[in-house]
Design a protein around this ligand. Structure first.
Ligand SMILES: Cc1cc2nc3c(=O)[nH]c(=O)nc-3n(C[C@H](O)[C@H](O)[C@H](O)COP(=O)(O)OP(=O)(O)OC[C@H]3O[C@@H](n4cnc5c(N)ncnc54)[C@H](O)[C@@H]3O)c2cc1C
Length: 514
C-alpha cells in the first residue's frame, strides 16, 4: 500500500502541496496507517465471525464480547480496522435518524417505535462518550451539539418547514432549537447565515482515533481481528449441523452460544481459509456490493472531504465555533463540517456521488474538480479561512439502501446477520446497531431488539446503467436547484421558486427522507 500521494493543486490565489487519498487525513494525523494485524492463519471454527472492521463490526464484537465473554469472536477485515468510512468520515456523532420516520412507522411499533429509535440514537451519543472515557479512547470527543445553518431564503424556509414537522412529531426545544441569525452567528460565524437549527444531542470526534480505539478495546475483551483478509462469500452452512457441534469454545448449542440452540451456522470464505461460525455478521456497509448475493443491496455513495491547514488565532476569533458544534447547511447537496481539535476546518460534501457498477475508490483518492468545489464552499462560508490552504483531501463510501432506511437483521436459523445503510448518519447509528446485533446474536430480548429498524427490508437497487444514471441525474438536479436558490444562475424570484420545486422533485424521485 503506498504511503503518500501528493498533488500540486491551485487553491484560490495560492499553490499548495496537498495530500490526496492516503485513506484520510484522520489516519495520517495519527501518524500514518496503523501497524498491521495478522491475516487469518487458516480455516477456523469459531462462535461468531464478523465481516468488516468498521464501527458496525467493531462495536458488535465489543458489546458481544462483553455480554458473552465465553464466545470466540473473530473479525475479518479486508484492509485494516477503520479503513472504510469509519476512518474517513466527518466525525459527526449525530442522533440523526438514518431513514424516514414514516417508513419506520410501518413496523409493528408504529410511531412510538420510531420515537424509541430516535431516543435510543440520542442516548447513543452519550454511550459513545461513556465508552471512550471507560476505555481511554482519546478521540477528541466533544458533545457540542449540531448546528444546521440556512444561507439562502429558500434554505431558511426549508429549515422552518422542517422544524414545524419536528414539532408536530413532538420534538420540543430540548431536541431542536431554532436560532435567529445572530444566535447562529454567535455560535459559528458562517458568512450569509440567516438562521439555524440547533440539536444538542451531537458530538464531534476524530473518526480514525475512535475506530482504532474500539478495535483495541474489543481486543482487550478477547476479540481476534484478522486484517488484510477479504471475505469472498458468506453463505449458510450446507451441512446444517454447524461447524463443530459444540463450537470451539464449547458453548455452541448449550444455550449460551449465539442465538441459543438450533442455528446451523454459516461460513465466511477467504483466500486464507474458511471461517465456520454459529453466526456470521456482514458489517461491510458501503462495500457490501462487493459480496456475491448482495450486489444491489446497498448503493456505495461517495462522500468527499477536505481539511485545511490549522487556522491562525485571528481567523478563529472571527469564526468563533468554540463549542465545536458539528455544522451543516440546508443546501440540497449539503455540506458538513467540524472544527478539529488541532484547529483546522474539515468539510465534506457529495462531489461525484457514485461510481459506475458500485465501484469504490482507491485509497480514498478524490478528483481535483471535487476538491475545488469543496474549497469554494469553504471559502464562501468562512472568508476568514480563505487564505488557508487545503492540506488534505480524500473520499469514501457510505451505504445507501433503496428506501434510505437502515437495518439491523439477524436470521437465527441461518446464523447470518447484517447491519448498515445509515445513509451518511452512521457514526452513532453503528454503535446502536452493534449493540442491537450483539443482543440479537446473544439471544437477548431487549428494548433494542424491538426497534423498528430491526429486520427492516429494503428493495434492491436498479441494475446498471439505470443505477448510475439515476444517481447522477438526481445530484445534477440538486446542484441546479441549489444554484437557482442561491441566485448564481441569475436569480429572480421565479428562478428561486423553480430551484425549490426542483429540489422537491428530487426528494420525491429519490425517496430521500426529510
Ligand atoms: C467521507 C464520509 C463522511 C462521513 N461523515 C459522517 C459523519 O460525519 N457522521 C456520520 O454519522 N456518518 C458519516 N459517514 C458515514 C459513516 O462513516 C458510516 O456510515 C459508518 O462509518 C459505517 O460504518 P461500517 O462499519 O458499517 O462501515 P465501514 O466503516 O465502511 O467498514 C466496513 C469495513 O468492511 C471492510 N470490508 C468490506 N468488504 C469486505 C470483505 N469482503 N471482507 C472483509 N472486510 C470487508 C472494509 O474494508 C471496511 O473496513 C460518512 C462517510 C463517509 C465516507
Amino acid at each position: 500500500m503506498p504511503t503518500r500521494t501528493c498533488l500540486v493543486v491551485a487553491l484560490s490565489d495560492s499553490v499548495a502541496l496537498m495530500r490526496n487519498g492516503e485513506v484520510s487525513y484522520w489516519w495520517q494525523a495519527l501518524g500514518g496507517f496503523p501497524p498491521r494485524r495478522p491475516s487469518l492463519p487458516g480455516s477456523l471454527d469459531v462462535d461468531v465471525c464478523v465481516v468488516g472492521g468498521g464501527y458496525t463490526g467493531l462495536w458488535t464484537a465489543y458489546y458481544l464480547a462483553g455480554l458473552r465473554p465465553e464466545l470466540r469472536i473473530v473479525v475479518l477485515e479486508a484492509a485494516f480496522a477503520g479503513y472504510g468510512a469509519s476512518g474517513r468520515n466527518g466525525g459527526w456523532v449525530t442522533a440523526e435518524l438514518p431513514g424516514s420516520r414514516a417508513r419506520y412507522a410501518r413496523a409493528a411499533g408504529g410511531a412510538d417505535g420510531v420515537r424509541a429509535l430516535e431516543s435510543a440514537l440520542r442516548a447513543t451519543v452519550a454511550e459513545i462518550g461513556r465508552v471512550c472515557a471507560a476505555e481511554s479512547i482519546d478521540c477528541d470527543f466533544v458533545k457540542g451539539g449540531r448546528l444546521s445553518v440556512a444561507t439562502t431564503p429558500s434554505q431558511l424556509a426549508r429549515l422552518r418547514e422542517g422544524l414545524a414537522g419536528l414539532r408536530e412529531w413532538g420534538d420540543g426545544d430540548d431536541v431542536y432549537q431554532f436560532l435567529s441569525r445572530d444566535e447562529t452567528r454567535e455560535r459559528v460565524n458562517v458568512a450569509g447565515a440567516l438562521g439555524g437549527l440547533y440539536a444538542p444531542a451531537s458530538a464531534r470526534v476524530q473518526p480514525a482515533a475512535l475506530a482504532a480505539g474500539i478495535a483495541t478495546a474489543a481486543e482487550r475483551r478477547g476479540v481476534e481481528i484478522f486484517e488484510a483478509t477479504p471475505v469472498s462469500l458468506i453463505e449458510a452452512n450446507s451441512s446444517g449441523t454447524g461447524p463443530s457441534g459444540t463450537g470451539p469454545s464449547g458453548t455452541g448449542p448449550s444455550g449460551t452460544g449465539p442465538s441459543g440452540t438450533g442455528a446451523s451456522g454459516a461460513v465466511a470464505r477467504t483466500g486464507f481459509g474458511d471461517v465456520h461460525a454459529r453466526a456470521v455478521l456482514r458489517c461491510t456497509e458501503g462495500y457490501t456490493a462487493g459480496l456475491p448475493g448482495a450486489r444491489r443491496a446497498l448503493l456505495p455513495m461517495n462522500s468527499h472531504m477536505v481539511v485545511t491547514e490549522p487556522l491562525d488565532a485571528a481567523a478563529w476569533r472571527e469564526i468563533g465555533w468554540e463549542g465545536c458544534e458539528t455544522l451543516s447547511d440546508e443546501a440540497h447537496a449539503y455540506m458538513y463540517a467540524q472544527r478539529t481539535a488541532d484547529g483546522r476546518i474539515a468539510l465534506g460534501g457529495r462531489g461525484d456521488p457514485y461510481r459506475f457498477g458500485s465501484a469504490t475508490d482507491h485509497l480514498g483518492q478524490t478528483d481535483p474538480g471535487t476538491v475545488a468545489a469543496l474549497g469554494a464552499v469553504l471559502r464562501r462560508l468562512f472568508p476568514a479561512a480563505a487564505d488557508t490552504s487545503i492540506a488534505h483531501a480524500w473520499c469514501g463510501v457510505l451505504g445507501v439502501p433503496r428506501d434510505w432506511c437502515a437495518t439491523v437483521t439477524y436470521h437465527q436459523a441461518s446464523g447470518i446477520g447484517w447491519a448498515g445503510g445509515y445513509t451518511g448518519h452512521g457514526v452513532a447509528a453503528a454503535n446502536l446497531a452493534g449493540r442491537t446485533l450483539a443482543d440479537l446474536v446473544a439471544g437477548e430480548k431487549s428494548e433494542l431488539t424491538t426497534l423498528p429498524w430491526v429486520g427492516h427490508r429494503s428493495r434492491s437497487w436498479e441494475p446498471e446503467p439505470a443505477r448510475w444514471a439515476g444517481v447522477h441525474s438526481l445530484y445534477a438536479l440538486y446542484r441546479l436547484a441549489d444554484r437557482l436558490e442561491t441566485g448564481e444562475a441569475g436569480a429572480r424570484p421565479a428562478r428561486v421558486r423553480a430551484g425549490e420545486a426542483l429540489g422537491r422533485v428530487g426528494d420525491l424521485i429519490s425517496g430521500i427522507p426529510h
